[in-house]
Design a binder for this molecule. Structure first.
Ligand code: FEC
Length: 310
């Protein structure tokens, strides 16, 4: 055969327990510990979703299933290694284990559809720095983004259609779909980052595929920093739509591929409460997680990056 293929699957990472929230938050803040108030606020958000985020288990399952699918397609052994930007196992540890497995070559995939200097670039930089420390590292092919992949768009469109169809008829008629992605600091946008364009493109393609008349793009989960963050914020958009007479808001998080804190708290708890207070219905499209249609997309990306024909 052509030898072992390595997969480096990178994601944001999550604390495995409430004790780990402080070091996690400190890492996100580039080594500056949070104030006790900020720390308590974050601990309370994890408590509100049941004490922990499912991001780790979901990412592990995504990696396992993509590896199995690619192995089957290629008729070649594939091993996946998961590494996180802000939690254990860190990207450097995953790279070390990947190199140790001695693959012929590897593909590196960040579990974020849109490219940003504030996200994907940081994961790739962490991987490249770790690879540079290993003399015997294999060639690694990086996937930069998949914000317009037809299968990704179709998977989201199916979820939008199903979520709209499940609304009570009196809500469905006046429903507006709001496509959301994590906000990034405005200074990053001002330096010409492709991220807002990628988010708009994903939203427009999904809206077209689902035949939507009314839809918006909004950003969520802006950080608690001094910088201005990219908007409009999803909560402001929900209030505005309510004032304009919308009957329901369907949030479709196009910037995330798994259930985690920013989906389960910022949308399902916070945004839903804003909608209730504004008198408008609220629903959220199910996350892609390790669903077969999304695993196909990821496998396709890996095979395309390898230049393999299907
Ligand atoms: O479920 C979990 O436990 C983890 C959920 C989680 C995901 C996620 C994704 C993104 N972030 C992005 C950018 C930033 C920037 C800052 C920032 C801060 C936080 C904090 C938590 C957090 N993020 Fe996150 N993010 C997740 C969780 N994020 C918790 C800290 C508390 C807070 O501010 O809310 C600000 C850093 C700073 O202080 O300088 C910037 C982007 C994504 C989407 C792409 C990706 O997944 O990488 C962009 C999931």
């Amino acid at each position: 055969g052509e030898g072992l293929l390595g997969l480096l699957v990178m994601a944001y990472g999550t604390p495995q327990s409430l004790d780990e929230v402080e070091p996690y938050y400190t890492h996100i803040r580039h080594g500056r510990p949070p104030t006790p108030e900020l720390l308590q606020e974050l601990i309370d958000r994890y408590k509100a979703i049941g004490g922990r985020s499912p991001l780790h288990e979901i990412t592990e399952e995504q990696a396992r299933r993509v590896a199995a699918t690619v192995a089957e397609r290629l008729g070649r052994p594939v091993s996946a290694f998961v590494g996180y930007l802000h939690a254990k196992p860190f990207i450097a540890e995953a790279v070390e284990r990947l190199v140790g497995a001695r693959p012929r070559e590897a593909v590196a995939l960040v579990m974020a559809p849109q490219y940003s200097a504030a996200s994907v670039a940081l994961y790739q930089q962490a991987a490249r720095e770790a690879l540079a420390r290993h003399a015997g590292a294999p060639p690694v092919h990086f996937i930069d983004h998949f914000h317009g992949h037809p299968g990704f768009v179709a998977a989201l469109a199916r979820r939008v259609e199903a979520t709209l169809a499940a609304l009570p008829p009196d809500r469905r008629d006046g429903a507006v779909v709001v496509f959301t992605a994590h906000s990034i600091p405005q200074p990053v946008v001002d330096r010409g980052d492709p991220y807002p364009r990628h988010v708009e493109e994903t939203a427009a393609k999904v809206a077209a595929a689902a035949g939507l008349q009314r839809w918006r793009v909004a950003y969520q989960s802006a950080g608690r920093t001094a910088d201005p963050w990219l908007g409009p914020d999803v909560t402001d958009v929900i209030r505005e739509l309510a004032r304009e007479g919308a009957r329901a808001v369907v949030a479709c998080p196009v910037g995330f591929v798994a259930d985690h804190l920013e989906v389960l708290y910022d949308l399902d708890i916070e945004a839903r409460q804003v909608a209730e207070e504004a008198g408008v219905g609220f629903a959220r499209t199910p996350s892609l997680n390790a669903d077969p249609d999304f695993i196909e997309v990821l496998a396709d990306l890996v095979l395309d990056r390898l230049g393999a024909t299907r």
